[in-house]
Design a protein around this ligand. Sequence first.
Ligand code: GLC
Length: 557
Amino acid sequence: MPEPSADWWKSSVVYQIYPSSFKDSDGDGVGDLAGIVEKLDYLKLLGVDVVWLSPVYPSPWDDNGYDISDYTGIDPRFGTLEDWDRLRDGLHERGMRLVMDLVINHTSDRHPWFTASREGDEDKKDFYFWRPGRDGGPPNNWGSVFSGPAWTYDQTRGEYYLHLFSPSQPDLNWENPRVRAAVHEVALWWLARGADGFRMDVINFVSKNPKLPDGPVAGDYGIFAEHAINGPRLHEFLHEMHERAFAGRDVLTVGEMPGVSVEQARIHTNPVNRELDMVFQFEHVDLDHGPGGKFDPRPLDLVRLKASLNRWQVGLNDRGWNSLYLNNHDQPRVVSRFGDDGRYRVESATAIATTLHMMQGTPYVYQGEELGMTNAHMDDIADYRDLETLNYHRTMVETGKVDANAAMAGITRMSRDNARTPMQWTAGANAGFTTGTPWIGVNPNHIGINAEAAVADQGSVFHHYRRLIALRKEHPVIVHGSFTPLLEEDPRVYAYTRTLNGQVLLVLANWSGQRAEAELPGDLAAADAELLLGNLPDPGPVAAPLRPWEARVHLIR
Ligand code: GLC
């Protein structure tokens, strides 16, 4: 077991595992817990401190496990509770920790709580949001995140229930204190079994405007957000959960919060408020969404990305804590999205990683990111498995509401399935992920991009991530230093400093395929600096121009 220390999560790097796509041990085509146990030495070699496990609970699998029907079990596709114990022990023996995914804004519609609720059970009838219809339709005009209305009529109960996601994911009614107590029990149950913390799914959705009023524009997710998220009791609910389940325990908590502002996050993550250690904000990963939403993407504008991330860096310094991520199971692969997954794949993956990992906050690495895994580039809708993608295709493309070719191009670039193709272990059959038929296609580029090849090559993306993670352990300035943005208007160079006790860390990254001069202030340009890390051979001094996708980290004493 790792040694407990205050705020250990500040100097940690978290690795996210999407279990169905990580490693299959029994040939059924779906990854499982025993498969993860086989790969713990790989994670140790990378140097990560914490594993966050996406949901492994029993689930009808409508939203790949984010629709839970039993909070304290393991879905048979992943193994058993004893397999989970083995994973916990394997991680703890290697000095790593295990964080579970807590999906508690909603359950599956097959959860016994929902079954009892729809039948009007005395204890459970107010566990969800039930309302009579209005004018022969739903109670208000909210749309769901996964297309279509946010309400579904239930014959048994004779009322509508609210689901901000799919109809199979009814929202729990956190206004009911018994719901909150039940959720606290779930967290305590996993902590008692040895979990080391939680990633809390869409946790800012748990408090809604209690009147559930109409949004200004019907069916628009962005508009309903005004009333359905960040509601008036959010701070109270999070603080209560902290006091009941987390206080006095050595845990990491990170709340997923679409639509959270810096100002709100500062309150949520300020330790004096005792709510959460950090949040996942979305501003920077929504910047390339176009007028038609995420499936209508725009090219990245680096100046806007810098403005956003830099504002979060400065905004949470001293009074909160950032999570640092560009990838997860809901985002396309960053090397394809913001980098260049062709000629400069290795260079751009490592430049982007350097930019992110040297910031203040806790970095998150999503499985395969450390290999520079790319988007799947699947252009046939039949190859997709993701509910959000398939619903969008059904409601927008098949009905002719959007141009089919443009929409398919958008899906190819932005679908969540880009992140969910199997982890690429080897150049062999099915990338060494399974001996069976994988539940979603393996990216053919595993022949060149795979863990076996990357571990053997000191110039690989993997070894650059390993160095970035190791550097964080050696230099407190990377963990604690304050952040100062540089060259904010430069369209190609991402530059900043971190400062702690007179020590200055200078980070320079060229986010383009052209050579770039960083016009640094004179004192920095002339500084006598030690080079801590570069992503290209023979890196030059501070003032040297940056080659395409070159990144350097200098330490000025
Ligand atoms: C979160 C999860 C996503 C899921 C949604 C509904 O955004 O990360 O995968 O679909 O919540 O639970």
